[in-house]
Design a protein around this ligand. Structure first.
Ligand SMILES: Nc1ncnc2c1ncn2[C@@H]1O[C@H](COP(=O)(O)OP(=O)(O)O)[C@@H](O)[C@H]1O
Ligand SMILES: Cc1ncc(COP(=O)(O)OP(=O)(O)O)c(N)n1
Length: 267
């Protein structure tokens, strides 16, 4: 069985973060493991408190996994602080896993700064060069590039800029634009476009986490990146189409059984 690791924050409401990642790994027939960087108190309406995990305990979690278990794919989500980013980068260089997906989580849909703004440059400098693929959404790409992004042409320019920051591939997600939702993948030479109709729902909590962990799963299963993204896009669309109207705010995506079957369990 393939094994994947998520290094991210816990979402108490189960829609995003570590919880979304582990559900996605399971739905792909992957054995999921976690390194928790922060515990958040959040629900469909917002984030109410955050406790960062210490650098020492983050390091101990990473070492406990890599000293014992092979990792076929890894994603990094919420990393919150400079010291957290530094220790993760240091240890990823030591253990050098293949297939690293960096989701540069900055601000939740409810507007909470999950990444300390002072740590933005550290994330770019330390984690981007380690990424097989980095998956910013539009607001994150705007922070990274200081560009305004309102259309596909501007998305292409931003993807090129982020590529030059050191990521081997850039998947710029278009979920925050209007109309169709188009994500673009740039490998330093060519663009690939992944377009789907926008699902009309307010329940999109955890879409970014789900997409990046689905890409991680597909890379762990051995798919080349462009196919891993394409399959992940199919997965996120279904997960949004079946999203759950639970809670009083933005409900979560749903990792239901047929996705699990479709992903194929015989690996
Ligand atoms: N309403 C929607 N309908 C279809 N796809 C969507 C919708 N909202 C987001 N997506 C897709 O979900 C994924 C995550 O998107 P995005 O919302 O941009 O990221 P984040 O959750 O990090 O803000 C992308 O593939 C995006 O195209
Ligand atoms: C613990 C934690 N990590 C990441 C996020 C952001 O998740 P995302 O998939 O970008 O979705 P929204 O929260 O923005 O809807 C989070 N909220 N919590």
């Amino acid at each position: 069985m393939k094994k994947a690791l998520t290094i991210a924050g816990s979402d108490s409401s189960g829609g995003a973060g570590i919880q979304a990642d582990l559900k996605t790994f399971s739905a792909h027939g992957i054995f999921g493991m976690s390194v928790i960087t922060a515990v958040t108190a959040q629900n469909t309406q917002g984030v109410f408190a955050v406790q960062d995990i210490s650098r020492e305990v983050i390091a101990a979690q990473i070492k406990a996994i890599f000293e014992d278990i092979e990792v076929d794919g890894l994603k990094v989500g919420m990393v919150s602080q400079i010291s957290t980013i530094e220790i993760i980068a240091e240890l990823l260089k030591v253990y050098a896993p293949k297939n690293i997906v960096i989701d540069p989580v900055m601000v939740s849909k409810s507007g909470y700064h999950l990444l300390n703004p002072q740590a933005e440059l550290t994330l770019i400098r330390e984690l981007l060069p380690l990424a097989t693929v980095v998956t910013p959404n539009i607001p994150e790409a705007e922070v990274m590039t200081k560009m305004t992004i309102q259309n596909l042409t501007q998305m292409e320019s931003a993807a090129k800029y982020i590529y030059q920051m050191g990521a081997k591939n850039v998947l710029l997600k278009g979920g925050h634009l209007e109309n169709d939702s188009t994500d673009i993948l740039y490998d330093g030479r060519n663009f690939k476009y992944y377009t789907s109709q926008r699902v009309k729902t307010k329940n999109t909590h955890g879409t970014g986490c789900t997409l990046s962990s689905a890409i991680t799963s597909n890379l762990a299963l051995g798919y080349p990146l462009s196919e891993a993204v394409s399959l992940a896009k199919d997965y996120i669309i279904e997960a949004i189409e079946h999203s759950l109207d639970i809670g009083k705010g933005v409900g979560p995506t749903h990792h239901f059984y047929s996705l699990y079957q479709k992903a194929g369990f015989n690996n």
